[in-house]
Each structure stands twice: as structure tokens, then as C-alpha cells.
Design a protein around this ligand. Structure first.
Ligand code: ZN
Ligand code: ZN
Length: 416
């Protein structure tokens, strides 16, 4: 039996399915940790027991657009979530894209629950909870959705479960910690044990990846922790599908300082055909969310809103000439290229080079929380991510162009 969601067909799972989005998991993290011998379960899977694929994520390579793509099996043009923020030209406000009303497409979870399956969703940060749980019924349905961040506030009515910290016998973790992700996995194992879930989705935080490069002790310890939980989840007889929302790269200069192009400051100083540049352009950094301590709201992607009468082609040309800018698109061509919703993007889309980040104005960025050289994401240089299944996919066309939002398709329709 199959169901159709967002024009794609999925087999109803006959065994439990555990899909995991490892936030910021540049492929080298798992490769290095496996090579170091600290991921025995993963080593067996990528060594031939399962499928070890590399796929592209959605651009902008940010958390919310990619998580929503993974759980809808569709691009941001379809589901509408194209960043952590968008600028609403009507209300002239920057709007956080966390409200479920902003989601334009049903999730796979909603469709599965309507077919009688039990769904479990655990996310590290609360910013994703409402979107991932959109359309789901809780209470005594046997389906649950909560964040590690607000696990102590979960109720049967809103989340399908209460007393989470007591059930886990774990304290509430700090939002800036590796513990936040470990809490997600411990909760996943507890839910599989107690609720007999059909589908479990776990989404971590990239706190570790923002601070520790692949192969470092800090990264390897984090991946060893996850490997242990992945083995426990497989032991429930589950199909395990792992992917990432985006990769991660160093974004600093040789001195260890963030290598930032402050676009708002630069544009404001330009003499744009006689009019004062100030006020012509609004630089919106859609990486910005309530948790900016570990990246200072600096990423490799931004969108720029121009005032009426501004010469978009002229400004795009000037931006392309700046050192460290990889590419500049107009709204239409950028949204076509990256499958984004045009009405939630600005007039220009700007992407920086691999080791550079885009800022607005110097005074808008609090970099005091950066205690190690900046690592971040957002651009096309962070779009390569792993897609790993614990079962082989012998019927998969090796020439097929794959993305992280094919995870459920591969897990449900191709894994043997
Ligand atoms: Zn992320
Ligand atoms: Zn991040």
C-alpha cells in the first residue's frame, strides 16, 4: 500500500522507520570519525551492510528549509520555508518562519498519521517543533512531538507526552550544548521502547559542528555518542535513514577572525546614480534565529530587498565585483535555480565563497560569543551531505540526482 504526498508516492512502512537529520554534518565528520575507529555501527553500515550516499541539500543551506524539505519530500518552492526569516514587504517586518501557518505543504507525518501510523518527532531546538508537528493530532493518539530545549514544558495535549525529563531521568540540557543532541537520541530510544512508534524523526543541533572541525577530538566524541544511539535504534528492527540539513566550513581568516563581508555597510556607502545609497537596500540574513551565539548570525547566504526605483542590475554587478562574493542572482533566476518561493525572497540573492560569510552592518553582529574561530554554512559550498541507510538499495539508479529530501523515498521505497 502506498500514499501520495506532495506528488510523490511512498510505501506505508512495514517496519519502524527512524529518520535522523544530523545538523551541520559535513560528510567529513562521519568519514573522519569512522576512520578513527570511533563509530563501529556506522563503519559496518558504510562498509557494505547499508547504503552510503552523498547528496545535495537545499539552498540556502540552513536548518529550517532543509528539515522541512526532508519531512515533506519537496523543495522550499513547494513548502514555503526558505530560511529562518523572511522580510514581509507589506508589514515591513522581518518575520521568523517558525509558525506552522507559514508551511504550505503537508508533511509525510501528517499523511502517515491519517493512515493510522504512530509518529514520534524530537527536535533539539524548539524553533522547528511547530513546523515539524504541523497537522498532527496529539493527546492520546500515540503520536508525540517535542523539543529537547523545552522538554520540561511538554504536555499530553500539545505534545502527546508529558514529564519527559522524569521519564528519561535526565536534566533539561542547555540550548548551547552537545547534551541537547544527546537528549534527542535518548528520547528517541525511550519513545521506541514505550510507544511502539511506526515513524520516528530526530533532528539535532549543530552546536558541535560550529565549533569543532571534522576529525577533532570534540567532533569525534560527538559522533561516537551518536553511533551508539544509532545502533540502539536499529535494534528495534528499524530502517534507519541518516542525512544532514547542510554541511559546515571554516569561515575565518589566518588570524582566526571571522572573514565577513558587511554588505549593508558596503552598499550604504555606494553612490548609486546620484541618490544616497543609504536606504536603497535592506540586507536580510536569513540564518538569523534566536540562537546566534555560536555563529553571530553570520552565514554564506543573504537576500537583499531594494527600494522602488533602485537599479537591481547595477547593484548586482557591483556586488559581483566584490572580493569573496561567489554568485549574485536576481529574484526570478535565483528562485528558479534553488527552487525557492519568490514572494518570500528579496530582489537579489547573494552567496559568498567557501571561507567567507555575509554580514549586514558591523554594529548588528554580536561576535562576543564566538570563543573559537567561526565555522558556518548557508552557501553552495555547504550543500554536500551524507545520506546513509542501514539497508542496501540495490534497485536505485546510480545516475539519479539525489537530495537530502529523498531520504524517506529511499528509506521507504528502495531500502531492502
Ligand atoms: Zn542546521
Ligand atoms: Zn548552524
Amino acid at each position: 500500500m502506498t500514499i501520495t504526498v506532495n506528488n510523490r508516492d511512498y510505501r506505508i512502512p512495514a517496519r519502524p522507520v527512524v529518520a535522523i537529520c544530523v545538523d551541520g554534518s559535513e560528510p567529513a565528520y562521519i568519514e573522519e570519525a569512522v576512520a578513527a575507529g570511533v563509530m563501529p555501527w556506522t563503519e559496518r553500515i558504510v562498509g557494505g551492510a547499508g547504503a552510503d550516499l552523498r547528496v545535495n541539500c537545499v539552498i540556502p543551506s540552513f536548518t529550517n528549509p532543509n528539515n522541512l524539505s526532508i519531512v515533506t519530500g519537496a523543495s522550499p518552492a513547494v513548502h514555503g520555508i526558505c530560511g529562518n526569516y523572511f522580510y514581509d514587504r507589506v508589514s515591513e517586518r522581518e518575520v521568523m518562519m517558525t509558525a506552522p501557518e507559514l508551511l504550505r505543504a503537508p508533511t509525510l507525518f501528517e499523511a502517515f498519521q491519517k493512515n493510522g501510523l504512530r509518529i514520534g518527532i524530537v527536535t533539539a531546538k524548539d524553533k522547528l517543533r511547530g513546523l515539524l508537528g504541523a497537522g498532527l493530532a496529539f493527546g492520546d493518539t500515540g503520536s508525540v512531538c517535542f523539543s529537547a530545549e523545552h522538554a520540561d514544558q511538554a504536555t499530553l495535549e500539545e505534545n502527546g507526552i508529558d514529564r519527559v525529563t522524569e521519564r528519561l531521568n535526565r536534566p533539561l540540557p542547555s540550548v548551547y550544548s552537545a547534551d541537547l543532541s544527546e537528549f534527542v537520541f535518548a528520547a528517541g530510544v525511550m519513545l521506541m521502547e514505550t510507544l511502539a512508534l511506526d515513524v520516528l524523526y530526530l533532528s539535532t543541533t549543530d552546536y558541535i559542528q560550529h565549533k569543532h572541525p571534522p576529525g577533532s577530538d570534540g567532533a569525534n566524541a560527538f559522533y561516537a555518542m551518536m553511533d551508539n544511539y544509532w545502533a540502539q535504534l536499529e535494534a528495534f528492527g528499524a530502517l534507519v535513514a541518516l542525512t544532514a540539513d547542510h554541511g559546515m566550513n571554516a569561515k575565518h581568516n589566518d588570524a582566526g577572525d571571522p572573514d565577513v563581508i558587511y554588505l549593508q555597510d558596503i552598499i550604504d556607502e555606494w553612490d548609486l546614480g546620484g541618490q544616497n545609497g543609504d536606504g536603497t537596500a535592506r540586507v536580510v540574513l536569513t540564518i538569523t534565529d534566536p540562537y546566534v551565539v555560536h555563529h553571530g548570525a553570520l552565514g554564506s547566504f543573504c537576500t537583499i530587498y531594494l527600494s522602488d526605483g533602485a537599479d537591481a542590475d547595477d547593484i548586482a554587478g557591483r556586488l559581483r565585483d566584490l572580493d569573496g562574493i561567489l554568485t549574485v542572482y536576481g529574484n526570478a533566476e535565483g528562485c528558479k535555480e534553488f527552487e525557492l518561493p519568490p514572494e518570500r525572497m528579496g530582489d537579489l540573492i547573494v552567496i559568498s565563497e567557501k571561507h567567507k560569510v555575509l554580514g549586514s552592518s558591523v554594529e548588528h553582529h554580536d561576535l562576543s560569543g564566538l570563543d573559537v574561530p567561526l565555522r558556518s554554512h548557508g552557501g553552495v559550498t555547504e550543500q554536500r551531505v551524507p545520506l546513509i541507510l542501514n539497508r542496501p538499495t540495490p534497485d536505485l539508479d546510480p545516475g539519479r540526482r539525489l537530495r537530502n529530501f529523498d531520504a524517506f523515498d529511499l528509506g521507504l521505497n528502495f531500502a531492502r
